[in-house]
Design a protein around this ligand. Structure first.
Ligand SMILES: [Zn+2]
Length: 344
């Protein structure tokens, strides 16, 4: 019996040693220490022993049990440890791998120019006014001295939605709306930035949708010299301190007199180059004194009040400022184009 126990211990320890995973180990445990295992079997046979031998055999059986138990626990700990290590090895993260760079956004060049112009005029005491892009014919044309059938309406090919509703062709309706709100009382001093729409075929210098910034000042004793001083200040801030401007006579239905405004070429300083097409001057905007009819339509007494207005295309300003040769670049959102303005 003693030998049988030693033999069982030997066998069990060998099998424990051989067990390659926790399941195999558990099988060994059940086989040797279970109720139907060989050790229990041996102990059942103790009845045939003498009273002297029984406690000795009992103690030995316990020792064997204990030895197997200890070996099982040691092996289990070892297997568990191995499993953890295997898992860690499989899930290793290489912390030295460089991260994916996060792209930093930046304002669109057009947004940048519009904000620059806004800041400049806010600094001169203007406020920003906005209005609807889907506009009434009345505010887009009639209130601006362009009654139905007026030939100058053809200067602005329009997207009509109904007979009376259209996509605004300029930001001037915001001026008409703002003047109306003032109910004949000055001063009015606003700039109106926004999108406008015209039935143009898109090419390098035309787009069916583009942006405008218009300015309007209405008060007593507003003179053309005020307009000139304001626009010279604007030209110098946008294109350099030694710029000058000149007025050329022009026609707009909503201003009288009307002028085209040129800025001296920032590229050649006025000597003539390809940017200014050899003239030394670059056309940047249209302006004029607000037509008395426009003032009267909006409820202002044109004998008491005068005003000036100007309008420019931020696309054109941005194209000149940054040397961009095609207006379509602004609307295609090509990241390679936009990224060039990251640090402008
Ligand atoms: Zn030039």
């Amino acid at each position: 019996m003693k030998e049988r126990l030693h033999q069982l211990q030997q066998e069990a320890l060998e099998k424990i040693e051989q067990a390659s995973d926790l399941k195999a180990l558990n099988d060994v445990r059940i086989a040797y220490l279970g109720k139907k295992g060989p050790i229990t079997e041996v102990l059942r046979g103790m009845g045939s022993l003498s009273p002297e031998e029984r406690p000795i055999m009992g103690a030995l059986a316990n020792e064997v049990r204990q030895a197997i138990q200890t070996a099982l626990e040691a092996k289990q700990a070892k297997l568990e440890q191995e499993e953890v290590e295997k898992k860690l090895a499989a899930e290793t993260i290489d912390v030295t791998l460089p991260g994916r760079p996060i792209r930093r956004g930046n304002p669109h060049p057009l947004t940048r120019v519009i904000e620059e112009i806004e800041d400049l005029f806010i600094g001169m005491g203007y406020t920003i006014a906005e209005g609807p892009e889907v506009e009434k014919d009345y505010y887009n044309f009639e209130a601006l001295n362009l009654p139905k059938g007026h030939p100058a309406r053809d200067m602005q090919d329009s997207f009509y939605i109904t007979e009376e509703i259209l996509l605004r062709t300029h930001t001037s309706p915001v001026q008409a709306r703002t003047m109306e709100k003032h109910q004949g009382r000055g001063p009015v001093k606003i700039i109106c930035p926004g999108k406008v729409y015209r039935r143009d075929n898109d090419d390098a210098t035309h787009s069916h949708q583009f942006t405008q910034i218009e300015g309007l000042v209405v008060d007593e004793n507003i003179r053309m010299s005020d307009l000139k001083g304001t626009l010279r200040e604007f030209a110098r801030k946008m294109f350099g301190e030694d710029r000058d401007i000149r007025f050329r006579p022009s026609f707009f239905p909503f201003t009288e007199p009307s002028v085209e405004v040129d800025v001296s070429c920032f590229n050649c300083g006025g000597h003539g180059c390809n940017v200014c097409k050899g003239t030394g001057w670059i056309e940047i905007l249209g302006a004029g004194m607000v037509h008395p009819n426009v003032l009267e339509m909006a409820g202002f007494d044109s004998k008491k009040y005068t005003g000036f207005a100007f309008g420019m295309g931020p696309e054109r300003i941005a194209m000149l400022k940054y040397g961009i040769d095609d207006i379509r670049h602004f609307y295609q959102n090509d990241i390679r184009f936009l990224q060039q303005f990251n640090r402008v």
